[in-house]
Design a protein around this ligand. Structure first.
Ligand code: ADP
Length: 683
């Protein structure tokens, strides 16, 4: 037996390895099985090159547990190692790279280190002793056994092993007992090794027989050595893609489409991505994209590797060119990674464009499930927007789908306003906003349904790119003003009458914490409704955006503000004006004369006093002005009370307000009960 010391600078590296890799101990198994796989792949390569002439036999990695001896063994029948090779690979190269790694990353957070492969030495994260028994594929080279107990000392001696290959035997330490549990190891193998190119066996299949589990004698193979993404697209049918999806996500809902990625240059990348159905919410994506490196699972958190919106997709990406042994922030700035991101984005857009072109019907059918994903991409990735905006669909209230280009052609004639701006009307809820949608239809306008979570964001983006076109919700103004054209109605009421009536109505609505009301009189068509409620497009959109955070939260705090628009040409409103005139004409006339006179006096005095310096104005004059201002306030108050009294006395006022509220889904609780009662009494 030969003893030696591994060439390291750090006196005892193992405690450090243990400490630093704390967060991700389980990767040791991935590393050892990968090494075993490599050893087999190398042998296969030698064989096909004619450099190995022996029998390959059944090439397989075997993982075995021996709970009694407290060992976990990874065996392979690959190329094996001679004593010299063990010395070279395990004592010198592997150890020095482990050492170098620790030197470099000692100060970094341990979370990050989970992403690093430490190779063979990660075995010491879970073992207090590691034995390697190996026999080289070269004939007449004796088998050797290498033992290391976690100090830099190792021993190497001749051993017994008849077959070529390597056993790595881990003596699991006290803190790592979990790795002696069968289910734990099986889960880890499934996670990391499900798609390795070489068969991985973990014990034998078992089955229920006579009330207990019995060994069937059939090897339990953990992996599918030829997963769909490694095969040629031409050899695969839709069903193969569907079944691979189920292999990846047994619980997943059937996806909409798939894309098979296959790139050789300037980087190597293969994979299959699936478009899931995303109806509402970016629910936490349980079926994440999995990242592989030569069929070895690396991670399923691909943030930073692919653009954010693509993380909504499912599937597999496999690339040996994504540098895995680095931190995330490095990944994001890596030029290969950026190229890969760009490439995937382009492929996704191309695939969608292809379906749009070849099978518009399917595209439309699946649109509602795709929309959120596409809009997210359009809003966050300029490049994606450019590629996809031409095939993005918009649905109108009749349930028809259009591209924006197609749609604009249809509405151009009727929905261009006097400033040549093309107005796209939309509803966010065709049922709740039905009155407004119906009004628009009467005018011959078309209305889009924009009820998606990101629609407000999308129309902001569209408007910023195309300033001559606008999106306006159907209830954001009265129909005449939604699309302003040069036709205006003459008012049948005098301005003062209209103002008084607005005040009458204003006295009958109460603001709440969540809603503020403003009443304004407008000269609308006499066939329009007597009162309509509108909500400014700007404020509403700002509030919508506030839900997503960002710079808009200020708007989120504000109450909703609504306009009650009184149609001064509607017969009911005109008749109310008539009643007001009949009952209060004299008082109102007297009051307005008083107000006028007082205003003139105030104006005169202010002008006079303005000519003097404040200290030159005699205090009598100052008092006079104050008194006049007080009188004005009183007169105005009086008018308001008078109008309020009129409002109280005339049930039609409240009735018209409530009808408008009702049409807007805003009449609730007590107000609703009062409305019902009043309606009955009016009948
Ligand atoms: P890496 O795999 O990144 O090269 P490792 O520390 O995991 O680094 O392994 C060092 C070297 O040891 C490998 O490159 C390989 O030559 C050799 N080796 C490790 N495990 C085996 C094995 N099961 N069979 C043959 N050679 C092995």
């Amino acid at each position: 037996m030969e003893k030696g010391k591994i060439g390291v600078t750090t006196e005892n590296i193992f405690p450090i390895i243990k400490k630093f890799l704390y967060s991700d101990h389980e990767i040791f198994l991935r590393e050892l099985v990968s090494n075993a796989t490599d050893a087999i792949q190398k042998l296969k390569a030698l064989s096909s090159a004619g450099d190995f002439k022996g029998e390959l036999g059944e090439l397989r990695v075997q993982v075995t547990l021996d709970p009694k001896k407290k060992t976990l063994t990874v065996s392979d029948n690959g190329i094996g190692m001679s004593a010299e090779e063990i010395d070279k690979y395990l004592n010198q190269i592997a150890f020095s790279s482990a050492n170098e790694f620790l030197d470099k990353y000692k100060d970094q957070a341990s979370g990050l280190i989970g992403q690093f492969g430490l190779g063979f030495y990660s075995a010491f994260m879970v073992s207090d002793k590691v034995e390697v028994i190996s026999r080289s594929y070269h004939e007449n080279v004796p088998a050797v056994k290498w033992i290391c107990d976690g100090s830099p000392e190792y021993s190497i001696e001749e051993a017994k092993r008849e077959e070529r290959g390597t056993d790595v035997i881990l003596h699991i330490d006290k803190e790592s007992k979990e790795f002696l549990e069968e289910s734990r190891i099986e889960n880890m193998l499934k996670k990391y090794c499900s798609f390795l190119p070489v068969q991985v066996q973990f014990g034998n299949e078992k089955e229920w027989k006579d009330g207990k589990m019995v060994d069937t004698g059939k090897p339990k193979i953990i992996n599918n050595t030829q997963p769909a993404w490694t095969r040629k697209p031409a050899d695969l049918k839709d069903e193969d893609y569907a079944s691979f999806y189920r292999e990846l996500y047994p619980m997943g809902e059937e996806p909409l489409f798939h894309i098979h990625l296959n790139v050789d240059y300037p980087f190597k990348l293969t994979g299959i991505l699936y478009f899931p159905k995303i109806r509402n919410n970016f629910e936490i994506q349980k079926n994440k994209i999995q990242l592989y490196c030569n069929q070895v699972f690396v991670t399923d958190s691909v943030e930073g590797i692919v653009p954010d919106f693509l993380t909504l997709l499912h599937g597999v990406i496999d690339s040996p060119d994504i540098p895995l042994n680095v931190s995330r922030s490095y990944l994001q700035s890596d030029s290969n990674v950026r190229k890969i991101s760009g490439h995937i984005t382009k492929k996704v857009a191309d695939r969608l464009a292809d379906i749009f072109k070849k099978d518009r019907e399917t595209f439309e059918k699946k649109w509602d499930d795709l929309k959120l994903f596409i809009e997210y991409g359009m809003i966050t990735e300029e490049k994606f927007f450019e590629k996809i905006s031409k095939i993005t669909l918009y649905k109108n209230t009749a349930g028809k789908y259009f591209t924006l280009e197609e749609y604009d052609k249809i509405i151009k004639e009727n929905q261009t306003d006097k400033d040549k701006s093309l107005v796209h009307l939309y509803t966010t809820d065709p049922v709740a906003q039905h009155t407004y949608v119906a009004k628009a239809a009467e005018k011959g306008y078309d209305v889009l349904v924009l009820d998606g979570q990101l629609d407000t964001h999308l129309i902001n983006t569209l408007e910023s790119k195309e300033p001559s076109s606008r999106f306006v919700r159907v209830d954001s103004d009265v129909i005449e003003k939604l699309i302003r054209k040069d036709e205006s109605h003459v008012s049948k009421l005098a301005q003062a009458q209209a103002d008084d009536l607005a005040t009458v109505f204003r006295t009958q609505v109460a603001d709440t914490d969540k809603a503020r009301f403003n009443v304004r009189a407008e000269n609308l068509d006499e066939n329009d409704l007597p009162m309509v409620i509108t909500q400014s497009e700007f404020m509403r959109r700002m509030k919508d955006m506030a839900q997503f955070g960002g710079g808009y939260s200020f708007y989120g705090e504000m109450p909703d503000s609504f306009d009650l628009v009184l149609n001064t040409n509607h017969p009911l409103v005109i008749s109310l004006a008539g009643d007001l005139d009949k009952e209060h004409a004299d008082e109102l006339k007297k009051n307005s004369a008083g107000i006028e006179k007082t205003k003139v006096e105030i104006e005169f005095m202010e002008k006079e006093q303005g000519k003097k310096k404040p200290e030159e104005i005699p205090s009598v004059e100052k008092d006079d002005l104050e008194r006049l201002k007080g009188e004005l306030k009183q007169l105005e108050e009086k008018r308001k009370n008078l109008l309020g009294g009129f409002g109280n006395d005339h049930q039609a006022v409240r009735q018209l307000i409530d009808l408008a509220m009702l049409a807007n889904n805003m009449l609730k609780g007590e107000a609703l009960s009062a409305f019902v009662k009043r309606s009955i009494s009016l009948l």
